[in-house]
Design a protein around this ligand. Structure first.
Ligand SMILES: [Fe+2]
Length: 384
């Protein structure tokens, strides 16, 4: 047997289908593995054996740690070490061995499209799940035009999606200045001519041009189609904005999650931003249609997904499930809740903000490193 290759999308499919036949052998260093590992909607049989252990007198011992009754899928940082370990395993008689093409970053960047609307409307709305980051971006298609929301830097994906749907990207909306991942909006605007839409409170001083969105403003496609209504929902950041689509869906960014809410402490102004968020949840979100389907910017756990593996819930249900937060009735209690849940943010967030405002340029390799890992955007710590 010879060594074969697999893609990040194959890996997601095996995990999603709960394929118990495969075993994931992660050959990155212990510290890289400790920082970030493959996770998905089902448990994964996985082990970390650093590739260096396959290259010396420990080879036999390392090989003995790999089960012989499974398909072995090797992953490493770039590709080379997984190929190397794969060849070692084949030399030792393993029959079905494959390496992840492009390394762990391809898993880090993978996007999985899910259609959110029921298919009966004149438009189609997609959630693009990024399993490695536990984040979601969105696409709204009407006739031959596509609007996107919070795209990642994987801009080829969105361009390919647009061409498969026979449309062009006309606008790219940001819900806020992201701290946890590199936004694809500036590159998409540059490459396609789409308008970049963002709130001045977050993007003032950005090194690229954008159209400043205003509260209550409504956007349409060239031929009409579904309404995209801007609702300024400050708190997670001062410019945080939600978008209500066709009076039915709320692309909520990091304001409201299915579990918890977006942290207002990431900008170092916890008292001020908590007050903003408290008012947003009370007066803005509090007055919205409870039947709106909330589409979050992040999730904490795969348990939040519905049976179609889509992250969505009605506003009424979210308020009920998060009543401990929504029922806090004064801003002092709210601030206390935020402070009780505060934790360090990854150091790289300050740098990502700079990149997202166009004030810092880093090459693609470094972007991939900065961008790897789960988000830390919710006010209560992610479940283990
Ligand atoms: Fe955020």
């Amino acid at each position: 047997m010879s060594l074969t290759a697999y893609k990040a999308s194959d890996l997601f499919r095996w995990i999603k289908d709960n394929d118990t036949d495969f075993f994931l052998l992660d050959v990155r260093s212990e510290s890289d593995f400790g920082r970030f590992k493959v996770e998905g909607p089902n448990p994964i049989q996985m082990k970390n054996v650093p590739y260096i252990d396959f290259s010396d007198e420990e080879e036999e011992e390392s090989v003995a740690q790999v089960p012989r009754d499974k398909k072995i899928r090797v992953v490493c940082a770039r590709e080379g070490s997984a190929k190397y370990v794969g060849e070692v395993l084949i030399k030792h008689g393993f029959e079905d061995v494959a390496y992840l093409e492009g390394g762990i970053k391809t898993w880090g960047n993978l996007l999985v499209p899910k259609r959110v609307d029921g298919g009966a409307s004149e438009y189609s709305l997609y959630q693009f799940i990024r399993p490695a980051k536990a984040s979601c971006s969105y696409g709204l298609v009407y006739k031959d035009e596509l609007m996107i929301f919070d795209p990642t830097k994987e801009i080829d994906f969105y361009q390919k999606f647009a061409s498969e749907k026979g449309c062009r990207i006309v606008r790219t909306f940001e819900t806020h200045l992201q701290a946890d991942y590199i936004s694809g909006s500036p590159a998409i605007a540059r490459e396609t001519g789409a308008d970049l839409m963002a709130h001045e409170n977050d993007f003032y001083g950005a090194a690229f041009s954008y159209q400043a969105i205003q509260d209550e403003q409504v956007y349409h496609f060239t031929d009409g189609g579904p309404e995209v209504k801007v609702i300024h929902t400050p708190g997670h950041t001062p410019g945080s904005t939600s978008y209500v689509i066709d009076d039915k869906y709320m692309i909520a960014g990091d304001t409201v999650f299915l579990v918890s809410i977006g942290r207002p402490d990431l900008g170092g102004k916890v008292e001020e931003w908590s007050q903003l968020l408290f008012e947003t949840l009370g007066t803005k979100v509090g007055n919205m249609d409870p039947e709106l389907v909330v589409l979050p910017g992040h999730f904490m756990s795969w348990d939040e997904a519905d049976s179609n593996l889509i992250f969505r819930d009605t506003l009424a249900s979210i308020k009920e499930k998060n009543r401990a937060i929504f029922n806090l009735d004064d801003s002092a209690q709210f601030l206390q809740f935020i402070k009780d849940n505060m934790r360090e943010q990854p150091e790289v967030y300050a740098k990502i903000r700079q990149v997202n405002a166009g004030r810092l340029e880093v090459d693609l390799d470094e972007q991939n490193v900065m961008d790897l890992g789960k988000n830390e955007c919710a006010a209560s710590a992610a479940k283990k």
